[in-house]
Write a protein that binds this ligand. Structure first.
Ligand code: ZN
Length: 444
């Protein structure tokens, strides 16, 4: 069914626009333009009309998430990377049963929708014991309505927990089957060799070969921590990006996640090969990973999107703010990486980096948007909305979220999910896994 959506205030292509409208058909935007003109051109089409107190923004695109890591929030903090990985991540996550995974994923996705995220790339690595867990994650995404991209991890390193590990043949077989199964639901499935420490060179090559066959991006963690550079160099004589290039996998469909520790030559290589980057500035700070040279990579034409990675608070507005503040700090220049640059990295540019037609109010894009409360105190006094969203806002400003023109989140819905069933289910999971939570003060 066709529909016109009109707003007195909207953000289009990273700019504030007054009286803007678009036409939606089958969940996609077919026309855009001046509000009054569009309404006049489509007199018989129902119109959703937002007033002065609302701002329409394209839904944020989360380029990298591990939703189940919300279970680590609040107790596995301040540990340093090795302890966090070994005593929290690798101890807790492998124990998740499929049904538990459903509730954890649903909790994270509902939180994302409430924070204005409409597309999420889930980098999922519990694939060593069959497909039941990943199927539950997909079910959770479909149930709450978030647009899902599955970056299906491939891992064959002996050190990885068995539930993460598999051989190349089974990873390939399951990824192909999943891609076929989810095609009709519009869910993109991308092979994702985990990292140079967790996937062998043969597995990395095979995963990127399959991405080519399926014509989708390939996602991979690269050079997140400094030790990885030394590890790769001692094994291969090359630095990580240079080594990936020597394997023949660096190209326009390669999406590097993190890529913090790079030489100037490697940055040139990323630009020359047309590779993309997903930058996770909040996680990079939380885990003490380092500061990626976003400004230098942008200058070289690398496409850059943002991700919430370990999902402390899955909110892309937080990531936008962190991205620009970190670049200003690293370059000692407050004029570096503007609010608009950061905004585009969390919306349109991220969508382009991960191969989804979303992130902007443009013809051909999915009709994914969020409705923002212009009367929220963090907007006083009202000035430039992009700057205010990036620098000042908190997630409470999002009042409704739409995916494919269907309302999937509003305050009432978030409350119903968050405070009742999901909260109770998550407490059960936490108790079974014996997470060191403060049960005395837990609500309910
Ligand atoms: Zn990650």
């Amino acid at each position: 069914m066709k529909q016109v959506v009109r707003a007195r205030h909207a953000i289009v292509g990273g700019e504030a626009v007054h009286d803007f409208a678009f036409v939606v058909d089958e969940g996609r935007i077919t026309h855009t333009g001046d509000g009054a003109a569009i309404v006049a051109d489509y007199p018989d089409v129902p119109c959703m009309d937002y007033g002065e107190d609302r701002l329409l923004a394209p839904g944020a695109v989360n380029g990298h998430s591990h939703c189940y890591q919300i279970l680590l929030r609040g107790w596995a903090d301040d540990w340093g990377f090795d302890r966090w990985r070994d005593d929290a991540l690798y101890r807790i996550i492998p124990q998740l049963e499929p049904e538990e995974l459903y509730w954890v994923a649903l909790a994270a996705f509902v939180e994302m929708l409430g924070n204005g995220i409409t597309t999420v790339v889930e980098f999922f690595y519990l694939n060593g014991a069959g497909t039941a867990r990943l199927e539950k994650l997909v079910e959770a995404a479909i149930d709450c309505g978030i647009r899902l991209v599955v970056a299906r991890a491939w891992m064959d390193a002996p050190y990885a927990p068995p539930i993460f590990r598999e051989d190349i043949a089974s990873a390939r077989r399951d990824t192909i089957a999943l891609a076929q199964e989810l095609r009709s639901a519009g869910i993109l499935v991308c092979p994702a060799p985990h990292s140079l420490h967790a996937a062998s060179p043969e597995m990395t090559r095979a995963a990127v070969d399959l991405a080519r066959e399926l014509d989708v991006p390939a996602h991979m963690h690269v050079a997140e921590a400094r030790y990885e550079v030394e590890q790769v160099r001692s094994r291969t004589g090359l630095t990580p990006i240079a080594y990936l290039d020597s394997l023949g996998v660096l190209g326009p469909r390669f999406v590097a996640v993190h890529a913090i520790w790079q030489t100037e030559e490697e940055k040139d290589l990323m630009g020359d090969r047309g590779a993309a980057l997903i930058h996770n500035p909040v996680t990079n700070q939380y885990l003490g990973d380092g500061i990626a040279d976003v400004v230098g990579l942008r200058r070289r034409g690398v496409r850059i999107g943002l991700g919430t990675d370990c999902d402390l608070r899955p909110c892309i507005y937080d990531e936008m703010r962190a991205a620009t503040f970190l670049q200003k700090t690293a370059t000692l220049d407050g004029a570096t990486l503007s609010a608009r640059d950061a905004w585009l990295m969390g919306t349109r540019d991220c969508a382009r980096a991960v191969g989804v037609e979303a992130g902007d109010f443009a013809e051909g894009c999915y009709a994914d948007w969020c409705v923002i409360d212009r009367t929220h105190p963090s907007f006083h006094p009202w000035s430039h909305p992009v700057n205010q969203l990036v620098y000042i806002s908190d997630p409470g400003i999002v009042v409704e979220t739409f995916v494919g023109a269907r309302k999937v989140s509003d305050r009432r819905r978030a409350q119903r999910y968050g405070n009742e069933r999901i909260g109770a289910e998550l407490r059960k999971v936490a108790q079974r896994l014996r997470l060191p939570l403060d049960h005395v003060n837990a609500p309910g």
